[in-house]
Write a protein that binds this ligand. Sequence first.
Ligand code: 7TS
Length: 396
Amino acid sequence: MRVYLDNNATTIIDPKVFAKMKPYFIQEYGNPNSLHDFGTKTHVALKKAMNQLYIGLNADDKDDIVITSCATESNNWILKSIYYDHILNCKKNHIITTKVEHPSVISTCKFLETLGVEVTYLPVNKKGIIETHVLESHITDKTALVSIMWVNNQTGMIFPIKEISQICKKANVLFHSDAVQAVGKIPINLKEIDIDFLSFSAHKFHGPKGVGGLFIKNSQALTPLLHGGEHMGGRRSGTLNVPGIIGMGEALELSIENFNSKNSNIKKLRDTLEDEILKLDDVFVVGDKNERTPNTILVSLKGVEGEAMIWDLNKNGIAASTGSACASEFLESNSVMDAIGAEKNLAHTALRLSLSHFTTKEEIDYTVKKLNSAVKRLRAISSTYSYAPNWHESKL
Ligand code: 7TS
């Protein structure tokens, strides 16, 4: 059996999405900027896709959605343009983010620090989310931007985005949210929540890889990251990824169809898996299951090295993740586990399981069986199981 439980890394493209994209690879493959029919024939489909994105995000006509190659690009763009437009030659020099952002935010902030920008990385509580009063206490008249994710990719924990946006508005500070793990998973209404900039990526909601976007409230001006042929109204140059954009629009529309019933099915399966895991001794799941997206579990299995578990599950056809970047020379501990204050040898025991609406009950039952035997086997050969602290003894 093959079981894919790494949907926070990427998702299968929905076959209905792929079918809509296909003609734009092999029939209507013209460059939309060209004047001939090959080019102009793409215009209606592109317009429809952009409209699907506006509807899917509940964006206003006054707002702008600019297509990028991925959320990494969207995050780089917004942070670097804030530097060009609001920090360089201005009186502001401060950005606030969190310790648990995706590396595309953290690494860009580290780069901006080398240019003299002051960055505050907010701590998170035991559930892995920020406390809003801590954010409030760090905003000063030098703060140019607050950049806080909507949903954490490792835990699935949903951040208090409405409250955060209200704090930013009250302080007159721009607010960006990396919503990669929120779009297509929970309702997004950008008419109701006041967010200046929002990043998203099609391959996280059953769309294609290599296409994403940046929502820009009231179409406010931003220095482009990519200069060139003035595509997307001069905001982002580069020939448009026509099949990708069409796929992203379709995927967002489909993800919202029967949202509640799809989410309640995913949650039922996720909760079954979680309940079975919690029957094991010495396990800890980060964050309350009702405060998470319905598809994610980040669990620490005491004495079980995360990478060893991934190998063991993979041998049985099951794809999961440790939620941490794995470098060839050393094993990194899970950054959220670090941020919530877990002891190092517990932070190395993280296992992320992320489902989608394509996940079946048979797959979950099979995973429970294989996971249980893997835990027993790996604990039997573990040198740390007997002396590693339990969660209640850890720094938490
Ligand atoms: N932001 C978040 C919150 C993410 O989860 C990811 C990808 C990105 C940005 C980058 O998106 P991309 O469009 O550039 O691919 N996250 C993961 C993950 O959790 N495991 O693998 C990739």
